[in-house]
Design a protein around this ligand. Sequence first.
Ligand code: CO8
Length: 262
Amino acid sequence: MSYECILTELRGSGERKTGLITLNRPKQLNALNDQLMDELGQALLAFDADDGVGCIVLTGSERAFAAGADIPTMAPHDFMSAFKTGLISKNWETILQVRKPVIAAVGGFALGGGCELAMMCDFIIAADSAKFGQPEIKLGIIPGAGGTQRLPRAVGKSKAMDLLLTARMMDAAEAESAGLVARVVPADKLLDEALAAAETINGFSAPSVALIKELVHQAFQGPLSDGVKIERRYFHALFGTADQREGMDAFMNKRKPEFKHR
Ligand code: CO8
């Protein structure tokens, strides 16, 4: 498959590989237009369907993960055309269909839709150069891809209100202490660190990985009691797999496990 606004490749040395997707509109700081979002959706679904892929890493350039939705594309719309066409929304949530872990490796700007896209990934590893923000208010609009909902869940109400209402940017250290990002690494190590995390995950049993992802997402959607109940069912179900026997036998015999459920 050839793309114009993203680059895709397989990385890793193990039996299961990492699907690496790089946003690639450098002159526009990876502003997210329709074509890019279409291509991103296709690439994500293709890696998700590939049994040889365990994890996906999504990254941008050193200067920008993505500086938001493409402003010149949005500018001409009025309410009726935005409402009737569903303005740029049709391909923005494909990422939520992906069952494999998606790690965002964020360097530089992650603003507006760029921050929202990073928040739709399963976790964020940030370069020390990263800057996060929801500056839509400066354009006379508001976030449209979950920013007002996911940001407060990630950083709490007060900081989310501050960021959304003042449009200020948050640096990587602040984003880590607020809980938006999982870890901060030197900018020149960003991709290596994200790929290493992916490689670690690729080595584990695929059912465990997929169920953990599903259950953590459940934690943000339903009541605690439902989540705990589903977790218990899946926990029991994994005792029907060869990987459970292999993992526990390996522990007891002080050897490395060889998981078979890929
Ligand atoms: N869209 C299009 N082009 C952009 C964007 C953008 N979001 N951001 C930057 N660019 C372009 C600039 O126009 C410029 O192009 P050119 O060289 O042709 O003039 C180039 O990238 C470099 O940008 P700057 O010269 O401005 O670089 P600076 O280092 O001075 O500033 C900033 C970098 C701070 C990132 C600045 O470019 C900026 O503020 N960009 C806009 C950020 C922004 O407002 N983002 C939010 C956009 S709205 C949004 O994302 C809503 C999402 C809704 C999703 C709904 C889905 C359903």
